[in-house]
Design a protein around this ligand. Structure first.
Ligand SMILES: Nc1ncnc2c1ncn2[C@@H]1O[C@H](COP(=O)(O)OP(=O)(O)OP(=O)(O)O)[C@@H](O)[C@H]1O
Ligand SMILES: [Mg+2]
Length: 495
């Protein structure tokens, strides 16, 4: 995931959580408002029932009682009678307390007797009822509250003030009822929490799936482009970064990179072409030089020079091989199968006169019959030929160089020379590395060419000690099904 994507995902997750918290908060506020409204209506109903009952008998007392002091109020028999009547009426309701005020705000009656005589004229809620003639209500959480039944703790209580009108519609007092709504309020709290947790859970799951999916989709073409870029090298220069599905913001970078790769390819091509042309141009003058040497009178000088010219010609051929390998390495991946046995037999036939000249033997052993491997005949021929030429160069006169074939796609070229010391076994495959033979014929290119050829065919090459002394070079190639191959080999004998 890109850092900007991560930042956006985090920021939008925070915004989403805040939005969900706000939704829950609005729900909670609305539910509490509804609860207060419903409780207000409910309380007004109770107020009216109580008022009707009490007013008939104690109306005139209530209208006058505002002038009495608290001790007198408490002592009056009406106080006890009203208390008994109200308790009887509210027996099975959630009513916690009832109060009656004079229109001046003096508490004429309260089910909580110590409050009788208290002055509430400064209470805003009382004033709304006493002066404006409007019912007013409020919901509050009380840590402790003195109710009918005694002290109660941590209660959500709705208190409602209702004006008392006489027959002439004059306000003569205010009635107040406290009801307990803790159960409903707790349910609202519970529902709000459940809703918040549920919403956060569902949205988090959806958000996770969505963000993960989108990010994966957005990042997939970039990953593909990275994979392609990792495959690009001097031998697979045709590869370009894919444009399809690439995010628009990344597209200019991809187009520019592909453009740069095009230019690099062209530069590489012209460089390869130059090496191939230069090597090729050298062949003719070398051939002419060789022809002139034949006309020299001093045969010993001619022969020494001819050896030098031959060595130079070998180097030029190796360079040409390299150039061809560079230009064909891509095509070789898809080349048709080659018969390893056929290739080895042909190389041995070609090099036999050379071996005879130097009093050495060549032998083809192991599996007989075709061994089909993934690769190109011409290039495979060069690889095997290089190995056998090296073996012939290093095996002493009178000994044999053996090419041993195995049905699993393996050929071992075994000589009886001095072998390759373990510390040189990596270096011999480097270009121009020739160990202690710097002054002898050869360019030090042969094994690097062999390795390139073998690897371009998906195979491996290794060097080891031969059992009886000498070196053994093993090429291991990928075998392919014979029935596919016969047709393929016939179709493309030169590959
Ligand atoms: N069969 C072998 N036994 C011992 N040493 C070997 C053998 N084959 C190769 N070498 C060592 O590896 C070196 C590199 O071999 P390579 O074929 O790359 O170059 P070269 O034979 O010297 O020149 P050319 O480019 O003509 O092949 C040789 O110079 C030699 O020191
Ligand atoms: Mg060689």
């Amino acid at each position: 995931m890109l850092r900007i994507h991560r930042f956006l995902a985090l920021a939008s997750a925070i915004v989403l959580l805040l939005a969900l918290a706000m939704v829950a908060w609005f729900y909670y506020q609305q539910a509490v408002r509804n609860l207060t409204e419903m409780s207000t209506k409910h309380n007004i109903g109770i107020d009216r029932i109580l008022l009707n009952t009490v007013w008939d008998r104690y109306g005139s007392y209530i209208a006058e009682a505002g002038n009495l002091d608290s001790a007198t109020l408490r002592a009056r028999p009406e106080t006890q009678s009203i208390d008994v009547a109200i308790r009887a009426l509210t027996a099975n309701m959630h009513v916690l307390k009832v109060k009656i005020y004079s229109k001046e705000g003096i508490t004429i009656f309260s089910t909580d007797q110590p409050q009788i005589g208290e002055d509430y004229s400064n209470s805003a809620a009382f004033m709304t009822a006493a002066q404006d003639g409007q019912a007013s209500s409020a919901l509050s959480l009380r840590d402790r509250f003195s109710a009918f039944s005694g002290e109660v703790f941590l209660r959500d209580i709705v208190e409602t003030y209702l004006p008392i009108f006489d027959d002439n519609q004059n306000i003569v007092g205010v009635f107040e009822v406290y009801t307990d709504v803790t159960d409903v309020k707790e349910r609202i709290d519970q529902t709000t929490i459940t809703m918040l947790v549920g919403l956060v859970g569902i949205f988090s799951a959806l958000y996770g799936v969505l963000v993960f999916g989108i990010m994966r989709r957005a990042i997939a073409p970039i990953k593909l482009a990275s994979k392609c870029a990792a495959e690009i090298g001097p031998r697979s220069s045709g590869v370009r970064l894919p444009i399809q599905g690439m995010p628009r913001e990344i597209m200019p970078l991809i187009v520019a990179t592909n453009g740069a790769l095009d230019r690099l390819d062209r530069a590489l091509d012209s460089q390869r072409q130059f090496s191939a042309d230069a090597a090729h141009e050298l062949l003719t003058p070398l051939a002419v030089l060789r022809a002139h040497l034949d006309t020299l009178k001093d045969k010993s000088v001619a022969s020494a020079l001819r050896e030098d010219v031959d060595a130079m010609t070998d180097v030029v051929h190796q360079l040409l091989d390299l150039a061809e390998l560079e230009s064909r390495s891509e095509a070789m991946k898809d080349a048709e199968p080659a018969d390893l046995h056929g290739v080895c037999a042909e190389v041995i036939a070609t090099l036999a006169p050379l071996a005879v000249r130097d009093k050495k033997q060549l032998a083809l052993t192991g599996s007989e019959g075709p061994i089909f491997v993934k690769g190109c005949v011409r290039m495979l021929n060069r690889a095997v030929r290089n190995l056998i030429e090296n073996a012939l160069a290093h095996t002493p006169s009178g000994t044999t160089v053996e090419a041993r074939l195995n049905q699993n796609g393996e050929v071992r070229v075994i000589d009886q020379g001095k072998g390759v010391p373990p510390e040189e076994r990596d270096a011999i495959f480097h270009r121009f590395w020739r160990g202690d033979q710097k002054n002898g014929p050869g360019a030090g290119l042969g094994l690097s060419i062999v390795k390139r050829i073998v690897e371009s065919m998906g195979g491996e090459i290794a060097v080891d000690d031969a059992p009886g002394g000498g070196a053994v070079f093993t090429i291991h190639l990928i075998t392919v099904e014979p029935d596919l191959n016969e047709e393929a080999v016939e179709r493309s004998p030169d590959l």
